[in-house]
Design a protein around this ligand. Structure first.
Ligand SMILES: [Zn+2]
Length: 251
């Protein structure tokens, strides 16, 4: 009898995990997407704290308009709501520098545990939760790379605590957000250059270079074969066909 009960409970748990994983891999784009953003004062400075305090619903309006309009281009009537959640005092686990597969797996488990532990019932429903590590731009010139997990729909995004960087921050955040829905990078990991053709907004343009916009998941605007530049805002980026396909916006 007890053995049967235990097996039954185990099956329930496995069923729940399987359904959750399936749902995470197959987003229903007819639903409103709620993105919960938890700011984190990653360098513990006053400047960063002041920056976090002035964040408001308008701070991410561009990203929400951009994503809603991009979805519409692929015939999806999805609205995106960005909610600024509680400031979190604990930093997410640090990404391994030279990632072996094992260290990447361990990190993703640690990060999912962190996300679970930091969630409070008052946070409300979220489709995706992003932890925004803010750094003072006077002290940090380069930030470590950000990452997001499709399973669990969580991400850690490193950003500058500087209003002059707000528009670029939204580019970085939107890029990571799409990773959480299964989009892959479209730049060469060794050189940082967008990959042809999937990383180009207009692969058929003549001459091919320079391009004038960045594919969001390529991250950069290709200028020459070896040079590319950072888009200044979301208007300089486009969600390309392959990315749209990966996240389920097109067949
Ligand atoms: Zn990426």
């Amino acid at each position: 009898m007890w053995k049967k009960v235990r097996v039954f409970i185990l099956l329930l748990v496995l069923g729940y995990v399987a359904i959750k994983a399936w749902k995470d891999l197959n987003q229903n784009w007819d639903q409103t997407i709620v993105v919960l953003l938890h700011p984190i004062n990653a360098d513990g400075s006053h400047n960063t704290e002041n920056y976090i305090q002035q964040l408001n619903a308008q701070s991410f309006a561009e990203a929400s308009e951009y994503l809603t309009a991009s979805a519409k281009n692929y015939h999806k009537n999805t609205s995106f709501i960005f909610k600024i959640g509680r400031e979190i005092k604990t930093l997410p686990p640090e990404l391994p520098e030279h990632g072996s597969i094992l260290s990447a797996i361990l990190w993703s488990l640690k990060f999912r545990y962190y996300a679970w532990k930091e969630t409070q019932s008052t946070d409300g429903y979220a489709t995706v939760t992003l932890y925004l590590n803010y750094y003072d731009s006077n002290k940090y010139k380069v930030l470590k790379h950000s990452t997001a997990l499709e399973r669990g729909r969580i991400g850690v995004v490193n950003l500058f605590a500087d209003i002059r960087q707000d528009q670029q921050n939204q580019v970085v955040m939107a890029h990571e957000l799409l990773h959480a829905f299964g989009a892959t990078d479209k730049y060469d990991l060794s050189t940082g250059q967008p990959i042809y053709p999937q990383g180009y907004v207009n692969p058929n343009q003549q001459p091919r270079l320079p391009q004038h916009q960045a594919e969001l998941m390529a991250g950069y605007i290709p200028i020459t074969e070896t040079k590319s530049k950072i888009p200044l805002n979301l208007q300089q980026t486009v969600i390309g066909n392959l990315t749209a396909h990966e996240i389920g916006w097109s067949q």
